[in-house]
Design a protein around this ligand. Structure first.
Ligand code: FAD
Length: 390
């Protein structure tokens, strides 16, 4: 580990933050022939991008987010091949255990034929690797969804980027602000034609005035890694009724109101922890299970065992099995805001901050990256104003 920056200290694009937002923007810059310098204060990515479900939840988005997610889906598949990390187009599975849940997925399937496919209860049981909750009445396949392994994908993407010409990485390097195209870091200065600050929930530390103006707070989630009961293989990302209250394509259906009323009676314990009960399977067979949500300006580090219990019991019920064997528990934090799902702001002419302010950074980052560069203007202009290239 060197204590100063590498010689290539001038570039077209400086990216701050090596989570999925920063790396997707780096990949977009590389595809446009720009020189890129990526810095991260950590030794490797350890933020929200490695703590999530690895679920590109494309189908459940709507409007602008759906467009971004569709672009991002292609980004995941292309880079999975280029960088050699696991991805699977197995889609998602929304499980219905009541007439109200069925009403929501039927309405969505009618609106999005071909992308959302209703399946009968016996098929849902089969896809859950055996027999799930006896209460299952049906389900929907969400065909556009993609899964990656969050613990692998971002690291491999960083390695692939580092091997590209004109890409420089500086780890353990903190950003301290920019002025006149020169970024100050904990290891010295970097000249960049443009700086993209992709620091996730740390926006509140790097540009506190932006976080305040756009009401960006921190959202803390409790997660667990469990053994798949009986070694089941479950290909789809599995969503439940709580997900239907959160993701826009479900939540915007007329039937969602009845579902909320029903869940207030049926599952108050899940609503009280603001759960999005879902799970995905990693390539080694373990299941990533979550999640609860709590919003705060500063997140308490203490995990609540009662919250974990609620999530684990509800997951076991969904799987129609007994208590789950837990391997790991962790807290994830992402940026959240009641005002917008993502935030692209320019605190100065040569600096743009890109923050996903909802729990869909894995779903839209590659799409946002395309959008950011289109907004920044022609790559030729960026390159021409470069401080000299890497
Ligand atoms: C538990 C959990 C589950 C989730 N599930 C999903 C899901 O299934 N699907 C989905 O689409 N999204 C999901 N999300 C949301 C998604 O993970 C995030 O939106 C996304 O990872 C944010 O990526 P990021 O790169 O912006 O932030 P991060 O991954 O947090 O990366 C920010 C990086 O910036 C660096 N940094 C911060 N400050 C500085 C500084 N001053 N100088 C240099 N570097 C700095 C940090 O070290 C970090 O590496 C989930 C999130 C969590 C927490």
């Amino acid at each position: 580990m060197t204590s100063t920056l590498p010689a290539a200290d001038a570039c077209d694009i400086l990216i701050v933050g090596a989570g999925i937002t920063g790396l997707a923007h780096a990949a977009e810059a590389v595809s446009r022939g720009l020189s890129v310098h990526i810095i991260d204060r950590d030794f490797h990515a350890a933020g929200a991008s490695v703590r999530n479900f690895g679920h590109a939840c494309v189908t459940a988005q709507s409007g602008e987010l759906l467009e971004l997610a569709r672009t991002a889906r292609e980004g995941w598949l292309r880079h999975s091949e280029l960088a050699g990390f696991f991805s699977v187009e197995s889609g998602g599975l929304a499980v219905a255990r009541s007439g109200a849940e069925l009403g929501v997925i039927e309405e969505l399937a009618a609106a999005r034929p071909g992308e959302v496919e209703l399946v009968p209860a016996h098929d849902v049981h089969h896809r859950l690797g055996g027999s799930g909750d006896p209460a299952i009445v049906g389900g929907a396949l969400l065909h556009s969804d993609v899964r990656v392994d969050p613990r692998e994908a971002v690291g491999r993407l960083a390695l692939w980027l580092a091997a590209q010409p004109n890409v420089t990485f500086s780890w353990r390097t903190s950003y301290r602000g920019s002025s006149d195209g020169v970024a100050q870091t904990s290891r010295g200065t970097i000249k960049a034609a443009h700086t993209l600050v992709c620091v996730g929930h740390d926006l509140d530390q790097v540009y506190p005035e932006l976080a305040e103006e756009f009401e960006v707070k921190r959202c803390g989630l409790q997660m667990a890694l469990v053994e798949a009961p009986g070694g089941r293989r479950i290909s789809q990302a599995v969503l439940s009724g709580t997900s239907m209250l959160r993701y826009p394509a479900f939540a915007e259906t007329a039937a969602a109101a009845a579902l909320r009323t029903e869940m207030e009676e049926r599952s108050p314990e899940l609503l009280s922890i603001d759960a999005n009960l879902m799970f995905t399977q990693r390539p080694d067979g373990s299941l990533i299970v979550g999640d609860s949500h709590i919003t705060a300006a500063t997140m308490d580090p203490f995990l609540d065992e009662a919250t974990s219990d609620t999530l684990l019991r509800a997951t076991a019920t969904l799987l129609g099995t007994g208590p789950l064997a837990v391997r790991q528990r962790w807290q994830g934090i992402y940026a959240t805001s009641a005002r917008q799902s993502f935030l692209i702001e320019s605190p100065s002419a040569t600096v743009t901050t890109v923050t996903v302010t909802s729990g869909i950074g894995m779903t839209i980052s590659f799409g946002l990256a395309r959008r950011t560069f289109e907004t920044l203007g022609s790559t030729r202009r960026l390159a021409a104003s470069s401080a000299g290239g890497a």
